[in-house]
Design a protein around this ligand. Structure first.
Ligand code: F6P
Length: 325
C-alpha cells in the first residue's frame, strides 16, 4: 500500500481536524502518501483533491470544522456517480479510502465497494452520536457542551422571568444529544424519539402544571429533539399557548456543530485517526474504526446504522418520573 485517500462527509463535527492530523501523521510515519478529497465524496467524483503533508495539519487540532470541507453528495446515490468515484480512485492509484462521517457516509462506502477494489474504512464523525460500533462519535462531546452552555444561558433568563422555554436540539432522527443535554442541563422535560409514548400536548401541559404545583412559579425547560413536532418547536410553542401554557421557543441549530473541540473529542479523534491507518496497513476493509469501553476496535461498516444506539434509558426514565418534583 502506497497511497491512501481521505475525506470528511456529511455534517461536520468538531474534532474532524484532529482526526485528519492523527491520520496524516500516522500515514507519514508509515511512508504512505495521503490525498485529501474536498467536499466529501464530491471531491472524489469531481477530482478536487490535494496531497496532505504533515505541515498541512500543523496547528489544526484545536479548530472546529474541517480543512477538507464537507458536503452531502447526491451523486453517490446513483450507479453513474459510484462508477465515476471508483474510476477516479483507480486513476489516482488510491489503494484505500478513509471516510470520516456518519452512517449515511458509511452506506456510501458500502455501495462504492461494488465498483472500487481498494480498501474502504470509516471513522465515526458526527455530533449526533447515532453510529453503532463506537460508544461515542467524534464531535458529540463538544456539541453536548455547546448545547449545555446555551441551555444554561436560557435558564438564566427563564429564571428571571419565571418562564417556560422549549429548546430544540439537533440529532437528526435520534435523541442522543437531546437526552444528554437535557439531563445535564436539569431540564424539566425531555422529548425525544426514544420515548415509548407518543408526543401528547395534554401530557406536556399537565407536566408543566404539576411542576408549578410542586415548586410554585419557576423556570421550566423542555428540551426537544429536532423532528419531534411537525412545524418544529415554534409550532409546538403556539399549540401549547392555545392550552394556556405561555412559552418561548429557542432553536440551537448549527451552533451545535461549531467551536473548538473539547479535550474528549480531540483525544477520541486522535486515537481513531491513528488506529484507522494502522488497521488499514493490517488489511482492514469495509470496517469502521470505533471505540468501545475505552478500546479501539473495528466494526462492520454495513452494520453501523443497524441497531440505533440506545440513549441512557435509566436516566431518561428517572427524568420522566421525577424531574417535575
Ligand atoms: O448530522 C448532523 C446534523 O447536524 C444533524 O444533527 C442535523 O439534522 C443535520 O446534520 C443538519 O443538516 P444540514 O446542515 O445539512 O441542514
Amino acid at each position: 500500500m502506497k497511497r491512501i485517500g481521505v475525506l470528511t462527509s456529511g455534517g461536520d463535527a468538531p474534532g474532524m481536524n484532529a482526526c485528519l492530523r492523527a491520520l496524516v501523521l500516522t500515514a507519514h510515519a508509515n511512508e504512505l502518501e495521503v490525498v485529501g478529497f474536498q467536499y466529501g465524496f464530491n471531491g472524489v467524483i469531481e477530482q478536487q483533491y490535494h496531497h496532505l503533508l504533515p505541515y498541512h495539519v500543523n496547528g489544526i487540532i484545536q479548530n472546529g470544522g474541517t480543512i477538507l470541507k464537507s458536503a452531502r453528495c447526491e451523486a453517490m446515490h446513483s450507479a453513474t456517480g459510484l462508477q465515476r468515484a471508483a474510476q477516479n480512485l483507480h486513476d489516482l492509484q488510491i489503494d484505500a479510502l478513509l471516510v470520516i462521517g456518519g452512517d449515511g457516509s458509511f452506506r456510501g462506502c458500502v455501495e462504492l465497494s461494488a465498483f472500487y477494489n481498494g480498501r474502504l474504512l470509516g471513522i465515526p464523525g458526527t455530533i449526533d452520536n447515532d453510529v453503532d460500533g463506537s460508544d461515542f462519535t467524534i464531535g458529540f462531546a463538544t456539541a453536548l457542551d455547546t448545547a449545555l452552555d446555551a441551555i444554561d444561558k436560557i435558564r438564566d433568563t427563564a429564571d428571571a422571568f419565571e418562564r417556560i422555554f422549549l429548546v430544540e436540539v439537533m440529532g437528526r432522527h435520534t435523541g442522543y444529544l437531546a437526552v444528554a443535554a437535557g439531563i445535564a442541563a436539569g431540564a424539566e422535560q425531555i422529548i425525544c424519539p426514544e420515548l415509548a409514548s407518543e408526543l401528547d400536548l395534554d401530557r406536556i401541559a399537565l407536566h408543566v402544571e404539576q411542576a408549578r404545583k410542586h415548586r410554585g412559579n419557576c423556570s421550566y425547560i423542555i428540551v426537544l429533539a429536532e423532528t419531534m413536532y411537525p412545524g418544529g418547536v415554534s409550532a409546538l410553542a403556539a399549540d401549547l399557548e392555545q392550552r394556556g401554557i405561555e412559552c418561548r421557543a429557542a432553536i440551537l441549530g448549527h451552533i451545535q456543530r461549531g467551536g473548538r473541540p473539547v479535550g474528549a473529542d480531540r483525544i477520541l479523534a486522535t486515537k481513531l485517526g491513528a488506529y484507522a491507518v494502522e488497521q488499514l496497513l493490517q488489511g482492514a476493509h469495509l470496517m469502521m474504526a470505533g471505540e468501545m469501553n475505552g478500546q479501539a476496535g473495528l466494526y462492520p461498516l454495513a452494520r453501523t446504522g443497524e441497531k440505533k444506539k440506545q440513549v441512557d434509558s435509566y436516566l431518561l426514565r428517572w427524568q420522566q418520573q421525577v424531574a417535575q418534583y
